[in-house]
Design a protein. Structure first.
Length: 632
């Protein structure tokens, strides 16, 4: 068992471990804020949960990080392993725990929906039932890998079946006139009473079976209907059914990759590297792949490939509304009950072909994903490089400003004065280099003096320590702040750091980029980008939709956010000190204990002397009681 040096809450955890049953169920690890950070399932809750807190030295770095963060444990006992699997999947989707590996949800896959209406419609949508708000109520089919594949399927369905796409109200049916869709043979016009409700619902049921992949049963029904119509001498209608059978058989032949005796199975494969895993999941019905999805998964706790598959297969099985009872896998997957899905880990024949097809899909997806990321990163670097080169030219800098530092002050009428500094490296925030400053030598609301103090402190220290200076210094302010910075940098410290300013408009939005006119050449041509002002400050002309303007806006917003957040923190601590720690004889620990016990100053004021004595002892309670009564 670990000790308090690893996890200060271990005493409470140890007590909790003694009460955890040995039944199957789901456990949740919670942090100090009560937030769920990990969800897991177990055949034996007692053994599984206890294992996290023993043999600490043998754990992976990420498991150690999880163990150090756990403050409490919740368990839910269920009847079977299948129940535990389903509950775990539900809780992971609900809480999105930090340490669980989850399918990335950075894009919305397309679905087809058969609406829940008296006369259902077939709709294309990117909203589904997986925890998101639905566009409409109905039965959802998917997800499909992309919109192109789904629309091709819609075209097949449109050729096979007539169904309505209009949004006419049901109460208007039989009083409406048929629309153009009826005239061109795409709809039977139930709204005009030209198609019976029974016939229309039979059509929708056929579409539903097609989307489920039930080709065999659907073909059998169509053939039986064709022969029945032929027997009734209704040859034109029989010929129309024959055409549909031909279309459906052609679609099935294009979709079939193995023998149609492979009725209903799932297939899952995985490839992974140190940080990412890539999973392909296929649904196969009657030898046809009716869904194939590939997704990337960010590893959280150094999980093995089998553990990742165990986590994502239930999600994908549910997400695709699979009815399969068998899953074909490249390896045995733990904690996947046989009664939920039977595992085929050493397949032969057609199942081997399906496994190899899935593996080719996931390998191809991994290469595409990495290639896209490389291209995207390259484009970002190129774009940022071009922006910084433009900024160099606009400000006449000796080199591109790869390192930019920006300052901003924050106070309320001089109270709790602070400043913040952010650094952007290669056009991106470098948060490890952000700095906070408490204003020490300035009294009252003097932004110029505050700016001078923090710039002097910052660059005097950098100069004396020999650390590299930034390529560009930006002050959040206009001409006054710029001149203060110039005085400190060039006259007091005698350093060569280019200075620029960012001014806001009357709505406190980024408005202008300023620079010193004498530090650059002002061209006299029509295409010049600056205009020289009377006090030697030049305005760099940038359009609001210019990416360079957006970069300047991002820098100004970031430094303002950083400075004001620090100011709020300091003001909050200052309020705490004034209210309690200013009482003679009361220190921060006692004040902290009181607030922890009663919640607020107002609640402390409402307590009796006896209540306060029980919390902090009679002597200190008397001091607090008398002081707060006088203040109140």
């Amino acid at each position: 068992m670990i000790d308090a040096s690893i996890n200060p809450h271990i005493d409470r955890i140890a007590l909790r471990l003694k009460t955890i049953p040995e039944n199957p169920g789901v456990y949740q690890h919670l942090d100090a804020e009560g937030k769920v950070i990990y969800v897991g399932k177990a055949r034996n809750l007692q053994k599984r949960v206890s294992s996290y807190f023993s043999h600490y030295e043998d754990k992976s770095p990420k498991i150690k990080m999880l163990v150090r963060s756990v403050c409490d444990i919740r368990v839910t006992v269920v009847s079977t392993e299948v129940d535990a699997l389903l509950l775990e999947n539900s809780l992971i989707k609900r809480y999105q725990p930090r340490y669980n590996s989850m399918l990335k949800d950075d894009k919305s896959y397309p679905y087809l929906c058969i609406t829940d209406e008296e006369y259902p419609r077939l709709l294309y949508t990117r909203r589904h039932s997986g925890g998101q708000k639905r566009d409409v109520k109905g039965q959802y089919f998917g997800p499909y890998p992309n919109g192109r594949i789904l629309r091709e399927l819609q075209d097949i369905i449109r050729q096979l079946f007539q169904y309505r796409t209009c949004d006419r109200k049901i109460q208007d049916f039989k009083t409406s006139r048929p629309c153009m869709k009826y005239q061109i043979g795409l709809c039977g016009a139930p709204c005009a009473g030209l198609q019976s409700k029974e016939d229309y619902l039979a059509t929708i049921e056929s579409i539903r079976r097609l989307l489920k992949g039930d080709f065999g049963d659907l073909l059998d029904d169509l053939k039986a209907r064709m022969f029945a119509l032929a027997g009734e001498m209704r040859f034109e209608e029989a010929e129309a059914i024959k055409h549909k059978i031909h279309l459906l058989e052609e679609y099935q032949s294009r979709s079939t990759v193995v023998d149609t005796n492979v009725k209903d199975v799932d297939v899952a494969t995985i490839v992974s590297d140190e940080k990412q895993a890539y999973v392909n999941f296929m649904r196969v019905k009657h030898g046809a792949v009716i869904y194939s999805l590939s997704q990337e998964i960010r590893k959280q706790l150094d999980e093995s490939d089998a553990e990742i598959l165990a986590a994502v297969i239930p999600t994908l099985h549910e997400q695709t509304q699979s009815s399969a009872t068998e899953v074909v896998l490249p390896m045995a997957v733990p904690d996947l009950p046989e009664e939920y899905l039977k595992q085929s880990t050493d397949p032969r024949g057609d199942r081997r072909k399906l496994l190899e097809l899935s593996l080719r899909n996931v390998e191809s997806y991994r290469k595409q994903f990495l290639h896209q990321q490389a291209l995207l990163n390259g484009e970002r670097k190129t774009e940022n490089g071009e922006l910084l080169a433009r900024l160099q030219k606009a400000l006449n800098l000796p080199r591109p400003p790869m390192e930019i530092e920006c300052f901003d002050n924050s106070n309320i009428q001089g109270a709790y004065p602070v400043a913040g500094m952010v650094r952007f490296t290669n056009g991106k925030p470098n948060r490890k280099q952000y700095r906070k400053f408490n204003i020490k030598s300035v009294e009252g609301p003097d932004d110029y003096a505050s700016m001078a103090e923090v710039i002097l402190r910052r660059y005097k220290r950098l100069h004396e320590s020999g650390e590299p200076l930034p390529d560009l210094l930006i002050v959040d302010g206009g001409e006054g702040q710029m001149k203060v910075a110039w005085e400190v940098i060039h006259n007091q410290l005698q350093l060569e750091i280019p200075i620029a300013g960012l001014a806001k408009d009357d709505r406190h939005r980024t408005n202008e980029l300023l620079c010193f006119a004498e530090s650059r050449k002002v061209e006299k041509s029509k295409s010049r980008r600056v205009r020289e002002s009377k006090n030697s400050i030049a305005v760099v002309q940038l359009k609001p939709n210019d990416p360079l303007f957006h970069l300047m806006e991002q820098i100004q917003n970031e430094v303002h956010r950083y400075a004001i957040t620090f100011h709020k923190e300091k003001r909050s601590k200052g309020t705490f000190r004034t209210a309690l720690t200013d009482i003679p004889g009361i220190g921060e620990k006692t004040a902290h204990d009181l607030l922890l016990r009663f919640g607020s100053i107002k609640q402390i004021q409402l307590q009796t002397l006896e209540d306060l004595s029980a919390a902090i002892g009679p002597a200190k309670a008397d001091l607090v009681y008398r002081h707060l009564k006088i203040e109140n």
